[in-house]
Design a protein around this ligand. Sequence first.
Ligand code: DAH
Length: 355
Amino acid sequence: MVERIEEIEAEAKAAIEAAGSVPELEDARVSYLGRKAELTGILRGIADLPPEQRGPVGSTGNKVRKALEAMIEAKTDGLKQIELEKSLAGDRIDVTLPGTPARAVGHIHPITRTRRLIEDVMVGLGYQVMEGPEIEHDYYNFTALNHPAGHPARMLQDTFYVEHEGHVEEVLLRTHTSPMQVRAMEATPPPLFMIVPGKTYRRDSDATHSPMFHQVEGLAVGEGITLADLKGTLLAMLREIFGPDREIRMRPHFFPFTEPSVEFDVSCFHCGGSGSLDDGSRCGLCKGIGWIELGGAGMVDPNVFGFVADSGYNPDSVTGFAFGFGIERIAMLRHGVGDLRLFFDNDVRMLGQFS
Ligand code: DAH
């Protein structure tokens, strides 16, 4: 019996040594020290042995059991340590490595690119670039632009008013960039050639309108400036943006702060202005019209100069023209974007196409 115990000891030691993981070691423990293990059975049956065997079997059996237990315990600690080191090494994050997949460096938003293009063209024509407040006073947004209180043209603009010192109809998010015409003239004596790109706000939202959008305002004031200068300036600007073969046309319109007022169109760059494509089908971009509507313009109304007469704008001696148009519309046309709101969803799948 003592010999059998010694055999079990040798087998068990070999199994413990061979165990390469905590579960394998646990299997060895169950096989050699568990309730159904042979050694356990021997120790449990000592009482049934002949008296002279009880001492040697008991002491050898217990000694072997203790030795195996100690061996398993030591090996468990060792294996746990190795497994911990392995998982630490596997999980290690090197924060200095680039993310996967590496993200390309971002690029300029298509609206910003379009704004810069327009600025470059106009700076080339001798205009300065100015900026104005997006939160504007009623006086600049409407009154000094010849929209007196109660003027029906105020109703055309779905305006966001801002509560200011308890009043709600004096401060607003500017509905157009035109208020900067008056601010610029207050600050700079004539001659003045400036553009104002910037954000504007109206309560509008559909495929061609968003509550926040961008406009560019232009203003040229001096002596002897005429409608022909306006037309030449718009033509030069739009040829830079849409190509050297473009033509423009002006249609009579109404704006309170210009007289006469026009809307201006550029000849369609998709069909060359004919309204139909080579295969005879109707041009989808201009809807067969041959012209694309872009913005409003006109000769500055003398009443507007009246508000800045103290800054050197005498309505009897200076004349000027103004124009305004939306930046999104230019970007949509140039890039073939069908819904203006896509510019502001900030989806990189959309914006990434304009790098
Ligand atoms: N501010 C006008 C708008 O937002 C556009 C406009 C029309 C601007 C005529 C002008 C202008 O400077 O002369 O609808």
